[in-house]
Design a protein around this ligand. Structure first.
Ligand code: NI
Length: 400
């Protein structure tokens, strides 16, 4: 009996209840103890899954189920952590913990994966191969990220394909969006300290003006975007803070700057890091200043495997219709630690539209954001279908 929309819709009320329970009790990155316990409780209720708790010493949970016939292994991933934000949605199931909130929809992702678990179990007889569910901790903990804990503990070993999704307020409700290649940016953070030498402002020849050096550095940075990479390879470099100076008539001895670099491929990322330091070095040389440069890498860029995107979007077309599928022309400059799974395992990360017509679309990480619970069965239906059809269908896409 093939999985149908009606079967998925039937579990909508119980999924809403689970989501509301998770939403009311959010936990920060690396602290997902109760959320993980809830996941295990629900998986045990469903039955049929081999469950591994405390993966890699974290609150991560793995659950595996196999069908009667051999086939490929497909992984589905959800993230479980919340953010240090004070909820202002006014929802009856709003966070009961001050300054902690599911403001990035990870309560939705966890519940959607539990829903998929239930639907897959109900259709275990039709399953070819194995499905591995990954409930990971600490997606928000850049630059480390919980995905690496799960990968190091073997979560992707033997996996032929991995899929994840994120509720997305900018995309219309129920639309599945994904693109080939770079879907989300690498997000890096840099710190610069320029050291000059103080002197009286009236006798600058006795000092080294760190402000002058900083100005040369700032001016030198933007040409990196326009002259050091292809126009078809997007990147952003923004200096967000600058601090220095003590008094109007004293030469600035120290200037501190901080900024961020967003890139969509690792080569450009390496180049940006190197050239930023070169510009800084050059600016310092011109004035006789010295510098400290600290470039901290956050998550790498998330690169979808084209054939797996095609497979996932075709599944959405079949389930929901052509009007519910979008391939956006460009990626998002946000970051996501699903990137690390895709580094060594083919797969795709999809946006699940949560924007409602005529309503303000609060952005993620905002104290007002509250994706609609009607997306739960919908997402569960979609993820379960990807898992149930993977073994039979993916080869046709890879062979394309
Ligand atoms: Ni998120």
């Amino acid at each position: 009996m093939t999985l149908t929309q009606e079967m998925a819709q039937e579990i909508s009320p119980e999924l809403k209840a689970i989501r509301e329970e998770i939403h009311a009790h959010p936990e920060l990155s690396y602290e997902e103890e109760h959320t993980a316990a809830l996941v295990v409780r629900e998986l045990q209720k469903i039955g049929g899954y081999q469950i591994t708790e405390h993966v890699g010493g974290s609150h991560g949970v793995l659950a595996e189920i196999s069908g009667p016939t051999p086939g490929k292994t497909v992984a589905l991933r959800a993230d479980m952590d919340a953010l240090p934000i004070n909820e202002e949605t006014g929802a009856p199931f709003a966070s009961q913990t001050a300054n902690v909130m599911h403001a990035c929809g990870h309560d939705m992702h966890t519940t959607i994966l539990l829903g998929a678990a239930k639907l897959i179990r109900a259709h275990q007889g039709e399953l070819k191969g194995t499905v591995r569910l990954i409930f990971q901790p600490a997606e928000e903990a850049s630059p480390t990220g919980g995905s690496r804990i799960m990968i190091d503990a073997g979560a992707t070993e033997g996996v032929d394909g991995i899929f994840g999704l994120h509720v997305w307020p900018d995309v219309p409700m129920g639309v599945i969006a994904a693109k080939h290649g770079a879907q989300m940016a690498a997000s890096d953070h840099f710190y610069v300290t320029i050291k000059g030498k103080s002197s009286h402002a009236a006798q600058p020849e006795l000092g080294i003006d760190a402000l002058m050096t900083a100005a040369r550095f700032i001016e030198g940075v933007q040409p990196l975007i326009s002259r050091e990479k292809s126009a078809f390879d997007p990147a952003v470099c923004t200096i967000g803070t600058i601090q220095g100076g003590t008094r109007y008539n004293v030469l600035m001895e120290t200037v501190k700057l901080e900024g961020t670099v967003r890139t969509f491929n690792e080569e450009t990322r390496d180049r940006m890091e190197k050239h930023l330091e070169d510009v800084l070095k050059g600016a310092c040389l011109m004035n006789g200043a010295t510098y400290e440069f600290d470039y901290r890498r956050g998550y790498m860029s998330l690169i979808n495997t084209p054939a797996y995107v095609d497979f996932a979007l075709d599944a959405a077309r079949t389930q929901f219709g052509e009007e519910k599928v979008v391939m956006p022309p460009h990626g998002s400059t946000g970051g996501e630690d699903f990137a690390f799974y895709l580094k060594d395992t083919p797969g795709a990360f999809m946006m699940l539209g949560a924007g409602k017509e005529g309503e303000k679309a609060w952005p993620l990480h905002n104290p007002h954001v509250l994706p609609d619970g009607d997306l739960l069965w919908y997402g569960a239906y979609y993820m379960a279908t990807l898992a149930l059809t993977f073994s039979d269908n993916i080869d046709a896409y890879i062979g394309k």
